[in-house]
Design a protein around this ligand. Sequence first.
Ligand code: ADP
Ligand code: MG
Length: 466
Amino acid sequence: MTTSNLSFDGLALAPALFEALASLKYTHMTQTQAECLPLLLKGNDVAVQAKTGSGKTLAFALGLLSRIDIENRDPQALIMCPTRELAEQVAEQVRLIGKRLANLKVLELVGGIPLGPQLKSLKFGAQVVVGTPGRIMDHIGKRSLNLKSVNCFVLDEADRMLDMGFEDEMKIVLRELSHSETARNRQTLLFSATYPEKVQEITTKYQRSATFIKVESQVVNLAIEQCAYRVMDEHRSQAVAALLTHYQKVSNIVFCRTKVETKELIEDLTHAGFAVAGLHGDLEQPERSQVLARFAGKTLTVLVATDVAARGLDIQGVDLVINHRVSEDVDTHTHRIGRTGRAGETGLAVTIIDGKEEDKLDEIAAKTDVTIKKHNIQTVRFHANRIVEPEFVCIGVDGGKRDKLRPGDLLGALTKDADVPGEDIGKISIAARKSYIAIKLRSVKRAMTLFRESKIKGKRFKARKF
Ligand code: ADP
Ligand code: MG
């Protein structure tokens, strides 16, 4: 994460939000946050064009939480995201930053799960609602989503929603909102990685004299060390394998340009013995969630992704980014390498090039004002015995949010009922219908016995090891 040299201190935020920022160790604003937060907190409409990873979620989360009357349980902030996965990530971030606001309820309204529980939760009340276009529409149609107190509406990843064909849904919701009682002092915030005409049209038509903020191609994070390796075009897969055993990092992302290249590389790396999976256009939502959860849980060491499939996703803790080919343009390159280099730590980004790609790489280096040293791939070799084994293995459980499972339930059952030592349990992620537990190999047996023989929250859940 590239941050600016501006701290959050100067902002007019409630103490509860400052406390949350401090506990999350967010000290400095990103450039995007520095540019839009002052306006956002004044209540202005803004349209922000900025790349993935520039901290847009935190920007609007701070904005909308600043406007909420916690005593009122009507929805006051409505956030629309293109996919269920993104809606879930946004909801999680809003909850994190709102954790010191007692009685804050953040509700997800996403498709693919029954309406019933959502209707119940809406009746109970939630100040913040995060949803996907289709499902938000469903609830508006059923009059189950009350818009009359909504004072902040966020369109996140507006360009992507348009790409996915949600233009009508977006417009219908915007129109509905303009009829609500709070319409006059409602803030509309729009975030988008690109700003095509159709997005512009929404700004002009539905935002009130919005300030347009374009955050120029992210400043390259100087904490990311970059280099390149020259290869023959046909030896790229071997080069990736060699680089992985050379650097021996725990979390690696390899970016490919196409789905076909992604699949071929996954096959080669699997064959070589890496714990690898991919993210590409052919995956259905549950498979995507599964792969992301396994990577986040450090049960996979290598994720191979296309740029498109990784778009908008917040993937944390990446030690090494490998570009299987040089990127088409500077933005894609900065975007890719920005996945590494966590706050305060150095990241590493390696680009594989053949003779034809040298110029492109030089151009990227010049435009981003960095030096990228080139080596010959012969200097690194693949060593099967240096493949980094994942610290954890993954157990997938056939139960999730829909079954009211929470991380604490699984953690409790594993440590208390199955006697699994706490330090053997890694990240637990809960999706709509599935959960993923990262667990040390030596405790897998106990965990599997637990799922086979005992109930959790009165129910038996099927589990399998990946
Ligand atoms: P975007 O929506 O612009 O693609 P996100 O909002 O998903 O980006 O943010 C990317 C990551 O950066 C998240 O993990 C978030 O927690 C982190 N982040 C956001 N703001 C800051 C900050 N000021 N300092 C450090 N990390 C931050
Ligand atoms: Mg985002």
